[in-house]
Design a protein around this ligand. Sequence first.
Ligand SMILES: Cc1cc2nc3c(=O)[nH]c(=O)nc-3n(C[C@H](O)[C@H](O)[C@H](O)COP(=O)(O)OP(=O)(O)OC[C@H]3O[C@@H](n4cnc5c(N)ncnc54)[C@H](O)[C@@H]3O)c2cc1C
Length: 406
Amino acid sequence: MSDASEPGDTSDLQAFRGQVQDFLVANCARRGEVSMDEADDEVTTARRFQASLAGAGLAGITFPREFGGAGLSATHQEVFDDVSAPWHLPNLPLAISHGMCLPVLNQFGTDAQRSDFMPDNINGRTIWCQMFSEPGAGSDVAGLSTRAVRDGDRWVLNGQKVWTSGAHYCDYGIVVARTEPDVPKHQGLSMFIVDMADPAIEVRPLRQISGESGFNEVFFTDAHIPTDWLLGDLNQGWSLAVAMLMFERVSIGAGRGGLGGERVTQNLINLARQLDKAEDPRTRQDLADLWIRERIKGFIGRRIRDAVAAGRVPGPEGSIAKLNGALLARTIRDVSMELVGAAGQAWGPDGGDGERWSTFCLSAAGISIAGGTDEVQRNIIGERVLGLPREPNPFKDVAWEDVPRN
Ligand SMILES: Cc1cc2nc3c(=O)[nH]c(=O)nc-3n(C[C@H](O)[C@H](O)[C@H](O)COP(=O)(O)OP(=O)(O)OC[C@H]3O[C@@H](n4cnc5c(N)ncnc54)[C@H](O)[C@@H]3O)c2cc1C
């Protein structure tokens, strides 16, 4: 086993650090040297990688052993994050499954739900998606229209979701639906687990500007949900949804694999050297600014991840992380496009840095939208962190079914 101790490590942490290092050497490529098995797609690779992480006792690090996790501490998670930072972990298709669905299952699931669903989620045998947004309810997700109606020993689901990332390869989903239309909108929502293999669920991929199809429309036509797949209490779905949104914001804004960072400054410094631009004073200033912002992101993330690992649901600080991650992504986009120049628009058959940064550039706008837009994060920070007056809401006490909508 590697001897990879750090000052302050206990013998247990030292052994764990070595265990992580050995696993990464055997199973991963360093960032920038990625070589994916071309026979496999990204999802198959992610499932296989997750299974090997689980086999090494390194999956679901802070989740309870009895539900498939490793049962270790937040400090072990930090060690894993630190040691794995320079490595490419091919698990992006699991980001929502692990960053949002898993903590919600763990926090709000019954023991039966946790033992039925968490082990397979943790080891990548099942992948989960999150179904909140609808054509008429994005920022105002509490206004959603998808209905779940009780019919004997099951719920019957009808409606439409949109922008559901990964629904086309997911096995299960967490959906928020309206169960009580004649109370104010926040009070009549419930959260359910759904089986994406149900033939009453139709998934239609949406094509994006990058040419990829990362998200989908999802249609429910009399889809059936067993009554014991209700998460949390009936009509209490809004508080679970808020918790899940905060997990999402933390995952996007502060997660180590999030789109908003990935310690890209070092990659851009390498690129500047490679392109002979590292001595240019403006480039140096841009890179120094980026380095500072990325460090701040790291500190915010570490603080929030510690809280999550200690079993707390993140509060409005998740919005600070999310907004900061989105602003950082835009800075990365601008600096990288300056550096690669015309290669950001057209590149040779070997792809190279132009293709890589062009893809990042096209994805950057989405980071300001996914998980709640920048404007919505600023509202939350204004109201819940700074204590500014709340936005006026004339429909606060009006039953959802009486609120005018398109
Ligand atoms: C990459 C990506 C992945 C996504 N993945 C998922 C997913 O897996 N599951 C899921 O459920 N959803 C997903 N979404 C959807 C995302 O959550 C919504 O797009 C987002 O909440 C915004 O909703 P909307 O698109 O309906 O925009 P709208 O809510 O219609 O907003 C339109 C504009 O109005 C502004 N606005 C709205 N309300 C206010 C306000 N009160 N104050 C100030 N400005 C306001 C917004 O900032 C925005 O600029 C994803 C989106 C993206 C981009």
